[in-house]
Each structure stands twice: as C-alpha cells, then as structure tokens.
Design a protein around this ligand. Sequence first.
Ligand SMILES: [Zn+2]
Length: 402
Amino acid sequence: MFKAYKFRLYPDEEQQLLLEKHFGSCRFVWNHFLDSSNKRYVETGKGMSYKDASVLLPALKEEREWLNEVNSQSLQQELMHLDSAFHGFFRKISGYPAFRKKRNGGSFTVPQHFTIKDNHLTIPKFKTPLRLFMHRNIEGEMRSLTISKTPSGKYYASILAETGKKIPGPVRIEACTSIGIDVGIKVFLTTSDGLQIDNPKNLKKSEKKLALLQKRLSRKQKGSKNMNKARIKVATAQEHIANQRMDFHNKVSDAMLRAYDTVITEDLNVSGMMKNHHLARSIADAGWSSFMAMLKTKALQRGKSIIDIGRFDPSSRMCSHCGYTYNLKLSERKWICPQCNTAHDREWNAAKNIKQFGLIKTGIPTDSGELTPVDRSMDTLIFLAREGIGQVHWLKQEAHAL
Ligand SMILES: [Zn+2]
C-alpha cells in the first residue's frame, strides 16, 4: 500500500537558485514536447508517445546546454508525466495538458537516489542537503520524491512510500453499516441519518478576503512591482483556502469512514453543471469532486466501500417512504408527500433515496426503516465537533423537537 507525505522545505539562497533551474528546465521540457506533440498531431493526426519524446531528448540537451545542469532523471520523468497527462485526457479523466507558466510555481520529480536524515534531504546535483520539517515519520520504503514550489513561493517535498502493508479486504456491505450522502450547494453534505454538514465559516471568510484581493490585483498596472506584490497576496490567499478546504474534507471523510463501512453517493456530473453559470462558483467552492476523490482513496486504503449509484435524477423528488414522485421545484426546501403525508427535507430525503438505491443496486436487502443505529450519527457528530467542524445539524433531533 502506498502512502503519501508532504513536508515543507527550507532551502538556502544557493539551493533556491538550483531549485529554480530544475523547475525551469522541467517546465521547458514539458512545454517543448507538448508543443512538438501538438504540431505532430496537426501534421499526422497522431501525437508523440513517451518513446518518441525519449529519443529526441538527448538532442535537445545538446542544443540547450543549460539543461545539463539539472538532474537528467527529472527531465526524463517530465516526459512520463506528459505521457500520463495525455493518457488521462484520452480516458476522459482530465483535461487537455496545458502549457506551464513560471508564475504558477513549479515542480520536478526525483525518482531515485534521495535520502532523508535528521530533517535534511539529500538529492542528486545538490552539494548540500536541503532542510525540511518532518512533522511525522515516514512509514515504509520511500519510492519517489517530488519537489514543488507554490505560486506564493513556498517549497514542499512530497514523498511516496510503500508501507509493505496489504490493503484490507473489503468489508461486507450491510444496510445497518451503510450511509447515503447527498452533496449540495446550500448544504455541503447531508446523510441518510439526517446529519447536515455546512461549509465551514472560516472558509467563507477567506473566500470573501480573496475576492477583495483579486479586485485589488485587477486595478494594478500590468507588469508593475505593485502588481507582483498583489499577485503574491492572491496566490497566498488561494493556497490558504485550498488548505482549509483540504482540512475540512479530511475531517468529514474521516468522520464518514469511521462510523460507516459503506458510503453510497450519487454521481453529480459536476463538470456538466459548471455550464450553469450561477451555480458554477459555489460548486467549484464546495469542491465536491476533490472530496469524492479523497473519500474513494481513503475507503480503498481502509477496506471500506463506496457505492456510486451514477446519475439518478429523481433522488430529491421521490418520496423515500412510499415512492411517489413529486413535482419538486428547485426553491422548495421542504415538502409533504401528497400520497403518504410524510414531511420531507429536500436533502435528507435525497440521501435516504441514494442509500436505498445503492443497496438495491448492490443486491443488499434494504429493510427500509431505521436500521442504521442512532449512535453512529451521534459518534459522527461528536467526532466532527472535536475536530472543530461546528457547522453540523442533526435533522432527526430537530424533527423530534418539533
Ligand atoms: Zn410518500
């Protein structure tokens, strides 16, 4: 099983210069072969393979001597990254590979010959080890290292280690240990048990601040010193938001996988929804797809299951109690089923349907009714509160209070 680690790097001035050379050379190789591949595609209808590019790399290094100042394995790795970027594009996993820009920071991979000792990282081509802050120990054997620089100028070392542990086999899927989740715009996530988790307040605050900084940046004169300062401020705020969001996603996904063995979700077709301009920003902010990706990765590592029911349009419109399909408007948050008189909360009802459909799809008896023990939701609530996620409501309790 692979585990990823990320540590902050503190290079001295001389090391920073050599790091910049690595970022620049790798960016050059990436852009050069992306351009060649595009051109070849126009001419022949076929792009460039990893093999094609590898054959051409030595000639490029002769032509541009400065490429020899950096670790040649890192340049070679860039061709592999480009190749997998094209594979991702053709398998519709990611967008078309883009040209890299200096202002977006940089990165390069060190596939081998690196060591870490006493908070110092030794890599090829660097005479002195780079100082890094290890906030935790690496478990297992280190396999690959990527050094990166953020747009605001922070350096990081990301390490992939093979732990030697086997991934636990999947647990049996049962109705009582499963949870259905509905992710939305108004509320970040609602469970079939009636827990609602809102986007954290500090995230909303940071987003407001970012909007202000972006406005200021837009007023600066192009190419001026002040513009560069404003750009770094925007980049710092963006990185801060990304960190806050990742922390939030980490805690919520941990909470779900701690209390439940199976999480049932609906494919929301986020990219399709992005076309709707009004929804676009809040969807991007909620970061559903990154949350889902994190949930899936963690579930796999812990032997838990994620069931994706695909796109299921009537999930919010159908009564989870009797199956009646109601003509629900987008503005209606609560509704009463005309057939069985059950009062529904829009998201909670959707989450209940998602759970039922997931179980049916998997061939598990749904035994509709209150099969998930109440203490699982209570546990989740307590766990999230302890982790500092305060924006959680429990609809079940609110319903009882009424
Ligand atoms: Zn009904």
